[in-house]
Design a protein. Structure first.
Length: 163
């Protein structure tokens, strides 16, 4: 059994709409455990078995539609307060990094002009570094996440003034 990122996202979205509190799923090369509404914070653990080569993730668009949050999690801010701003959202759960390596200059700063296809950050998921490219051009108005902070699927990372 194989499980790619799209299937994982779909599974988590279905779990968010259900009353299921704990799920364990095991395949030949992975183990997935999801728990929520327990005394400890919700966790998602996916372990790659050492027996086979790792499966690379499928590319994901930068501005993904947010999955419905579980009942225990507050909804992530999904919409801009200003209609002229577009949100760059996390297409996956991971750790947000503003630069390609520690000590390097950030990809973007507030006030930076960016063009469509330009990398704006890195999301680390399962020890894989995924460059997130912006899907539109404009000026960075807000960066809402601190460097090295875990982010949720659909969480707004930054806001861009189109133009």
């Amino acid at each position: 059994m194989q499980l790619d990122h799209d299937q994982l996202r779909q599974l988590l979205a279905l779990l968010g709409d259900s009353d299921i509190q704990e799920l364990r799923l095991e395949g030949d090369d992975f183990r997935l455990e999801v728990r929520r509404n327990l005394p400890a914070p919700a966790t998602v653990t996916m372990v790659q078995a050492p027996a086979g080569p790792p499966v690379p993730p499928a590319p994901v668009p930068a501005a993904a539609v947010s999955a419905p949050p579980g009942p225990s999690a507050p909804p992530p801010p999904a919409a801009s307060l200003r209609s002229d701003l577009q949100a760059v959202t996390a297409p996956m759960v991971g750790t947000f990094y503003r630069s390609s390596a520690p000590g390097e200059d950030p990809f973007v700063e507030v006030g930076s002009r960016i063009s469509a296809g330009q990398p704006v950050c890195i999301l680390e998921a399962m020890k894989l570094m995924n460059e997130l490219e912006c899907e539109f051009s404009g000026e960075v108005v807000e960066i809402l996440v601190e460097n090295g902070t875990p982010v949720e699927f659909g969480q707004v990372l930054m806001r861009i003034k189109a133009g």
